[in-house]
Design a binder for this molecule. Structure first.
Ligand SMILES: *Cc1c(COP(=O)(O)O)cnc(C)c1O
Length: 238
C-alpha cells in the first residue's frame, strides 16, 4: 500500500483541533452534550502520521484494511491507542481482529460475530461491536437490511466476550444537509426501536468528513473522520 502525501505535523495539529472545535460547536447548536467521540480514520496513512496525531491528543483510530492496521498497531504499541476496525471482515481474518482491536463497527454477518466472540481473548475487556446497517439499500454497500435488525441484534447480544454497542451506517453520498439528516435520523430511530433489554446499546457510529454535522444533529455518538484530518487519500489499487 502506498501512502498519500504525508501531512505535516503542523497541518495535522490544526486539522485535529479545528475538527474538535467544529464538533463542539455543532453539539452546542443542536443542544447535544459534548459526548461525541472522534475517530481519526487512518487508512492509507503511515504509522508516523498516526503518531503525530496521537501527540496532538488523538487516541481513537479507525482502520479498514487488516494487514495495514496490524503493521501500524505493532509499530505504535508503545502508545495508548484505542483501535477501531471499520472495514469489511473476511471470515478467516477474525482472530487478529478479536485480538488487536477494542471496537468493530462493521459486523453484518452472524458467523463473523460468533467467531469474534469465540476468539476474543478472555483477559481483555469485551470487544465492542456495532451492527452495520445498509441504510440506503445499496448493492455496493455492506450491512444488514433494517428489517433484519431485531433478530440479528438478539443473536449478537447473546454472545459472550463481546458487547453489542449499537449501530453503524455509511449512507449514500448526499450533499444537502436535510437529506443527510433524514438518513441519519432513520438510523437513530432504528436504534431506538430495539427491545428494552437492548436499551444500553446507545452507540450511533455515523458521520464522516462530508456529513458529520448532519450526523451529530441527528444524534451521532461516534464520528469517523479521515479526509478532514489527514487530507485526501490516494488509492493505488482501487
Ligand atoms: C474511509 C472511511 C471513513 C472516513 O471517511 P472520510 O470521508 O475520509 O472522512 C469513515 N468510515 C468508514 C467506514 C470509512 O471506510
Amino acid at each position: 500500500m502506498t501512502h498519500g502525501p504525508p501531512m505535516s505535523s503542523v497541518d495535522l495539529a490544526h486539522n485535529i483541533s479545528s475538527t474538535r472545535e467544529k464538533i463542539k460547536a455543532v453539539c452546542r447548536e443542536y443542544n447535544r452534550s459534548d459526548d461525541v467521540l472522534l475517530i481519526a480514520v487512518s487508512k492509507t496513512r503511515s504509522a508516523d502520521e498516526c503518531r503525530n496525531a496521537y501527540t496532538c491528543g488523538q487516541t481513537h483510530f479507525g482502520e479498514n484494511y487488516l494487514q495495514e492496521a496490524l503493521d501500524k498497531i505493532s509499530a505504535l504499541s508503545d502508545l495508548n491507542i484505542i483501535w477501531h476496525f471499520i472495514g469489511p471482515i473476511q471470515k478467516n481474518k477474525t482472530r487478529p481482529i478479536a485480538e488487536n482491536f477494542s471496537w468493530v463497527h462493521s459486523v453484518d454477518r452472524e458467523i463473523i460475530a460468533q467467531r469474534l466472540s469465540q476468539q476474543r481473548p478472555t483477559h481483555l475487556p469485551a470487544l465492542k461491536l456495532c451492527i452495520q446497517i445498509n441504510i440506503d439499500d445499496e448493492d455496493s454497500k455492506s450491512g444488514i437490511a433494517p428489517e433484519q435488525l431485531p433478530d440479528f441484534a438478539e443473536k449478537i447480544h447473546a454472545l459472550p466476550n463481546i458487547e453489542l454497542a449499537g449501530l453503524m451506517a455509511i449512507p449514500r453520498a448526499q450533499t444537502d444537509f436535510d437529506s443527510q439528516y433524514n438518513t441519519f435520523n432513520q438510523l437513530r430511530l432504528l436504534l431506538n426501536s430495539l427491545k428494552p433489554e437492548l436499551n444500553h446499546c446507545n452507540t450511533l457510529s455515523m458521520g464522516m468528513s462530508n456529513d458529520y454535522t448532519a450526523a451529530i444533529a441527528a444524534g451521532s455518538t461516534i464520528v469517523r473522520i479521515g479526509t478532514a484530518i489527514f487530507g485526501p487519500r490516494r488509492y493505488p489499487k482501487e
